[in-house]
Design a protein around this ligand. Structure first.
Ligand SMILES: [Zn+2]
Length: 302
């Protein structure tokens, strides 16, 4: 290509304009990240402060929020969301009852038309958190048993519960047009999971839940996880979801083998690694021990 002055000016202008645009985009992405907000795809993004990852979908026709962390972080989230869109939350969903996913309901309820969750999520929230006057709760106003679909603006939201897994009331939330699935705590990405037997956790069914989930989606689907090794890793693909299944399988296999070999719960809980469990980080001290003990309890419960 021969450069004339004219082509040079033209490409120079495109270059500068491009850089300016890119620079603005990078700046706003950095500002977003500093505030805990991250756009994932289209109008869908996430918010991380502490507690389970919040998912949000926001445009002029629909505002949908998945999970609510804690009252104080829900306020920070809401302050940021208001800057993005001038509209109430049409739908707030809880993926399950755990306090780091539902405590912020109390703050978001005044901004939300509907709060929805699986019926067991509501019942477990009432059972475990309903009697503390210092921590008032806001419960789902709509519940579902197996699945629930809502069309909002141009988006179709589908909530699905297959069986008990991380708790007795987990639901995954699919934003069909954006093709993003919020997995709640079905996936702890490369960290040891919280296993809540009184809250209805079931390890074999957790595996079943994952195996029923992934084939419903495609290569393009983006998965959002409640907890992860790093903040970046709360966004992932099908392989990350299957890695969670493989971890649970390794955990069950190891503890079963140790029980068969005649070891006690205390002896089993001393293990410092689980054969076949790769790249899992003990983010909080003692999580591996808790996983081993809970798996022992699960496998030996009558
Ligand atoms: Zn949880």
């Amino acid at each position: 290509m021969r450069f004339t002055r004219r082509t040079f000016l033209k490409s120079g202008a495109i270059l500068t304009g491009g850089m300016f645009f890119q620079g603005n985009k990078i700046l706003s992405a950095l500002q977003d990240q500093a505030s805990g907000f991250r756009t994932v795809r289209g109008d869908f993004g996430i918010y991380n402060e502490y507690g389970g990852t919040i998912g949000w979908f926001a445009n002029k026709d629909a505002v949908i929020v998945v999970d609510s962390q804690f009252p104080e972080t829900a306020k920070h989230f809401m302050d940021g969301l208001k800057k993005k869109v001038d509209r109430k939350i049409d739908l707030l969903l809880n993926t399950h009852h755990h306090r780091d996913h539902t405590s912020g309901n109390i703050y978001l309820k005044d901004y939300s038309s509907i709060i929805a969750a699986h019926e067991n999520s509501k019942a477990l929230q009432q059972k475990f958190y309903g009697n503390d006057p210092l921590k008032p709760q806001a419960y789902p106003t709509v519940t579902f048993a197996d699945e629930w679909t809502l069309y909002l603006g141009k988006e179709k939201v589908w909530a699905k519960h297959f069986c008990p897994a991380h708790t007795g009331g987990d639901a995954i939330i699919h934003f069909q047009n954006t093709n993003v699935v919020h997995m709640g705590d079905i996936v702890f990405n490369k960290v040891y999971p919280y296993i809540d037997l009184p809250g209805g956790a079931s390890l074999y069914q957790w595996i079943e839940f994952i195996e029923k989930t992934v084939p419903l989606f495609d290569k393009d689907t983006i998965y959002i996880f409640g907890h992860s090794q790093t903040q970046e890793m709360c966004i992932g693909k099908a392989d990350d979801v299957y890695a969670m299944r493989d971890y649970l399988t390794a955990l069950i296999n190891f503890v079963s083998k140790e029980i068969k070999a005649g070891k006690t719960k205390e002896q089993i809980a001393l293990a410092s690694e689980i054969p076949g469990a790769k790249n899992i980080l003990d983010k909080k001290d003692g999580m591996i021990k808790m996983n081993l003990e809970k798996t022992y309890d699960y496998l030996t419960q009558k």
